[in-house]
Design a binder for this molecule. Structure first.
Ligand SMILES: [Fe+2]
Length: 325
């Protein structure tokens, strides 16, 4: 019998066996079970953010916020973001999630490290396959507020959804999460319903099935794109910081269009998978015949390098590779 992950008995690598081996090696089996049963899981800091990753991410996010806004966010009091009313505030209320800092992946190596984190890659590959790509990386900065985030699915398609995750969310908790701290809310098992909430059932404060996540800073909160989730208002002082890394199957429209934005130097200092994660393997979205061929040659180069590096686990369409290679 072939070893797990090496091949499926006919000489070709078996991605399902390989990801199971990765999950086992990283101690994530109970988290895969959580995902299957409940649609979400909390990976604790010792598995999710070794080497002080969460502390470094928190400081880097604060640096980016200060550079973009001219003011360093006040984590201890939340005073810079209390009752935040810019951009996402609802009519007559405050923002349900405070400030959203978008597009962090190109803000420096610590964000690249956050994407290449083995635990994050294993759990999101389990959900969306070895071809999974980064859709967006941002950070919510939420001070004391009044408005909850109503329950929704991150799969922004008309219901019904397929059972398989088309997207998934891996959110780094950069501060402690509990009910008073304005934690994310989940309806356990809702990923199996394959539809978005309707009407009153989407109101997080009135839905008795919605539970608050309780987890310390440094945890990685992961959920299936079909799972109903929202957030409770923050009644405590201080800032809630959470850094969503949204991942998608490669045929999905991504939130960020990274394909032509990633500097060569950034690609060079990372393993071959990084280029595929930051959309260098995506041909769709071309702006004409010449551009299609340019994007195709780039995709062939980076998909080919990753395919070789991972021992053939990436399922490539040979016709497409021939056309664009
Ligand atoms: Fe969401």
């Amino acid at each position: 019998m072939a070893a797990y992950g090496s091949d499926s008995g006919n000489g070709t690598p078996d991605p399902l066996a390989a990801i199971w081996e990765e999950v086992r090696a990283l101690g994530l089996t109970s988290h895969v079970a959580d995902l299957d049963a409940h649609g979400f899981t909390v990976i604790p800091p010792e598995l999710a953010t070794p080497n002080g990753l969460a502390d470094r991410l928190r400081e880097a996010v604060l640096d980016v916020a200060e550079a973009r806004n001219g003011v360093r966010p006040d984590v201890a009091t939340g005073g810079t973001h209390a009752g935040y009313r810019k951009r996402f505030a609802k009519e007559g209320g405050d923002s349900p999630f405070g400030e959203l800092l978008q597009s962090l992946i190109l803000e420096g190596p610590v964000f690249e490290e956050a994407l290449m984190n083995p635990a994050l890659l294993a759990i999101t590959t389990y959900l969306c396959g070895y071809g999974v790509v980064l859709s967006s990386m941002g950070c919510f900065l939420k001070g004391p507020n009044e408005t909850p985030v109503d329950l929704h699915c991150d799969t922004l398609l008309p219901s019904p959804y397929p059972h398989e995750a088309l997207i998934c969310n891996a959110t780094y908790l950069l501060t402690d999460f509990d009910l008073e701290n304005g934690a994310t809310a989940f309806v356990p098992g809702s990923h199996k319903w394959c539809r978005a909430p309707r009407g009153e059932e989407g109101l997080v404060l009135r839905n008795p099935q919605a539970v608050a996540v309780e987890a310390p800073a440094g945890s990685l909160l992961v959920w299936h794109g079909n799972t109903w989730h929202g957030a409770f208002p923050r009644t405590a002082t201080g800032l809630r910081m959470s850094m969503p890394v949204l991942m998608a199957r490669p045929f999905m429209r991504t939130e960020e269009d990274l394909a032509d934005q990633v500097p060569e130097e950034t690609l060079r200092r990372n393993p071959p998978r990084f280029a595929v994660l930051v959309q260098q393997g995506i041909v769709y979205g071309y702006r004409g015949h010449t551009d299609a061929n340019r994007r195709g040659r780039r995709a062939a180069k980076y998909l080919g390098a990753y395919q070789e590096d991972c021992g053939g686990l990436l399922s490539l369409d040979p016709l497409r590779m021939h056309l664009y290679g």
